[in-house]
Design a protein around this ligand. Structure first.
Ligand code: PRP
Length: 206
């Protein structure tokens, strides 16, 4: 039997994802045990787990090397890959926000925005009719306003402690973010039976 290939995000969301699959009797505990190995076959439940960088999961699914995947809504909004978004897994709940220095007024003008999400930031400010320069960073974007690189950041907030520790505050919420089950459109048709079955089981435990 051909294995159902599932791309999962490495990093802090992985343990939450594995626990969710565990609840539907898909025991992927071997994945925890070897941090260097990047794919695992589970013949007993007909799956192959592929571990990828979170931002690469939709790419593996788009090209069909993974049939389905678990990807953050942030990555899906930023990259807009040709994948089906099947369901909200309600994992890694957080929000995309505009944040500014704590001591600045919410009305103060924004000219430059530092972010890991240039597409989301640009769309947000275009929608509001505010012309801004977007500065793409790859991490630690909170440094932007501290170092005078930008007036604001667009980033994900979960507990809020990173903003707090860097004297920033939320100026505006853009949208809620959580992990989504995604599928390659062809796989979804060809393996619809097994994917729908998986979705039903997930739905039951969410
Ligand atoms: C994310 C995000 C914030 C932080 C928010 O960064 O970009 O920096 O988490 O979490 P909090 O509200 O719970 O403090 P990540 O840890 O992924 O690292 P990075 O900034 O280096 O990408």
């Amino acid at each position: 039997m051909e294995l159902l290939k599932i791309a999962l995000s490495k990093g802090r969301i992985l343990s939450e994802t594995l626990s969710l699959f565990n609840k539907i009797q898909m025991d992927f505990s071997e994945v925890y045990e070897d941090s260097r190995k990047l794919f695992f076959d589970f013949k007993e439940h007909g799956t192959r787990v592929i571990l990828a960088k979170p931002s690469d999961v939709p790419t593996y699914v788009e090209y069909g090397v993974a049939d389905i995947g678990v990807a953050g809504k942030d990555v899906l909004l930023e990259d807009k890959k040709d994948v089906f978004e099947l369901m909200d897994l309600k994992l890694a709940n957080c929000k995309m926000v505009v944040a500014i220095p704590k001591d600045r007024s919410n009305d103060s003008p924004i000219y430059r925005v530092a972010t890991k999400y240039p597409q989301i930031a640009e769309e947000h400010f275009i929608k509001k009719g505010i012309p801004v320069e977007i500065i793409k960073l790859h991490g630690s974007v909170e440094l932007g306003p501290i170092l005078g690189l930008s007036d604001a950041i667009v980033d994900i907030v979960s507990t809020g402690s990173t903003l707090k520790k860097n004297n920033l505050k939320i100026m505006e919420e853009i949208c809620p973010i959580s992990s989504r089950l995604i599928a390659n459109p062809v796989s979804f048709r060809v393996k619809s039976h097994v994917i729908m079955d998986l979705m039903e089981k997930l739905e039951a435990v969410l």
